[in-house]
Design a binder for this molecule. Structure first.
Ligand code: NAD
Length: 365
């Protein structure tokens, strides 16, 4: 296993392997960039086939967090952690406490949060040894009903509307046809918002009961899994998996707007250009799905720095996703580049220099 020559290395500042013999904790914490602030990112527990696979995952994910925080205008860097093991059979409270000690050793350079296979209870155990943790029961996650997804969905909804306005010139989504892939925590909440504003929904999920719920409650039309791409709709909203914009699906897409919550929607960076050449306007996922990150940032500020009005600030900042996405579209139009590349360039212009003068960072100035 190599680091400096690893294909995903991408100038990571610090990568820590942490082992705790009494609990069996095997973890990697990757800190991509802290020019804008502490690296905040979730902790994923996964039964990786080997250490290399875990390293590749954590490097890729932590870099993504740097871009998300920077484009969102948060004074945060990007980081992520992975615990190697089966969450169902190997995770223990003591193991998570050991993870807390690992985080504490970094003195605030890394702030840990929930991710795949880690829970609010795990964050509580981590909190026994470090304050550098978000997603505690008394924080935003509880206020949002136990998970951050409603606020992520709100950001996606606002981003989707701004994308529709830019591409179709419509201020409202009433009467528009929207195909939603994935009716989980974010996808279903997004559907509720879309339905409330008068959109016509076409939905799919691997879980039949989720589809039925959307059909019964929101008047949605059920669509077979593989038919979701080819629906004759205005908007395609991927809210399930990554990598679903690829060679197979791009020719099928009839929507002129792609805007959804799923992380890493493009199979490869080449596919971003392919959407642009088909004149499909893409709302970069890491821009419009940042509502949850915004929320935990303000909750952390409220606990650590005693900032008041954190809830109001979080809502204002989530609303600002609309302005951010509009700025990205303008920049992409002027430069004649894809929206994803435009978002990356703006994010890089901030985190590579540590520039906080940018007007999109006004919330934190
Ligand atoms: P979730 O697990 O609650 O929901 C995912 C849904 O997709 C489930 O209902 C699942 O059955 C469905 N699904 C799985 N495979 C599918 C397939 N092949 N076709 C159709 N449906 C399929 O997850 P979530 O929290 O709603 O997150 C959705 C996406 O948004 C993920 O990519 C996640 O990484 C991303 N995201 C979520 C948040 C958040 O706050 N939850 C924040 C940022 C990004």
């Amino acid at each position: 296993m190599t680091l400096f020559t690893h294909s995903e290395f991408d100038n990571h500042e610090q990568v820590i392997h942490y082992f705790d013999k009494p609990t069996g904790l095997k973890a990697i914490i990757a800190i991509h960039n802290t020019n804008l602030g502490s690296a905040l990112g979730g902790c994923r527990m996964w039964n990786y086939a080997n250490d290399d696979e875990a390293l590749t995952d954590v490097l890729r994910l932590s870099k993504g967090m740097t871009y998300k925080a920077a484009i969102t205008g948060l004074p945060l860097g990007g980081g992520k952690s992975v615990i190697i093991g089966d969450a169902k059979t190997e995770k223990t409270p003591k193991m998570m406490q050991a993870m807390g000690r690992a985080v504490e050793k970094l003195s605030g350079r890394y702030i840990i949060a929930e991710d795949v296979n880690t829970t609010v209870d795990d964050m509580v155990n981590i909190h026994k040894y470090t304050n550098h943790v978000v997603g505690l029961p008394s924080e935003g996650t509880k206020q949002a009903g136990g998970n951050p997804s409603p606020l992520t969905a709100l950001g996606v909804f606002l981003g989707l509307k701004a994308t529709v306005k830019h591409r179709l010139g419509k201020n409202s989504i009433a009467g528009l046809r929207v195909a939603v892939q994935g009716l989980g925590n974010v996808g279903y909440n997004l559907c509720e918002r879309l339905h409330e504003e008068g959109a016509e929904l076409f939905v799919t999920d691997i879980n039949d009961s989720s589809i039925q719920k959307a059909v019964n409650n929101l008047g949605a039309t059920a669509v077979a899994l593989n038919d979701i791409y080819s629906q004759d709709v205005d908007v395609f909203a991927p809210c399930a998996l990554g990598g679903i914009i690829n060679d197979d699906t791009i020719p099928q897409i009839k929507a002129t707007v792609v805007a959804g919550a799923a992380n890493n929607q493009m199979a490869t960076s080449n596919h971003i250009g392919a959407l642009k050449s088909r004149n499909i306007l893409y709302a970069p996922d890491f821009v419009i799905n940042a509502g949850g990150l915004i929320n935990v940032y303000y909750e952390h500020e409220s606990r650590i720095n005693n900032c008041s009005n954190s809830k109001k600030s979080a809502m204002e900042h989530i609303n600002y996703i609309t302005t951010t996405i509009e700025e990205i579209f303008k920049y992409a139009d002027v430069e004649d580049i894809s929206t994803a590349l435009a978002a990356n360039k703006i994010a890089e212009s901030r985190f590579l220099t540590g520039n906080t003068e940018d007007k999109i960072l006004k919330f934190n100035s």
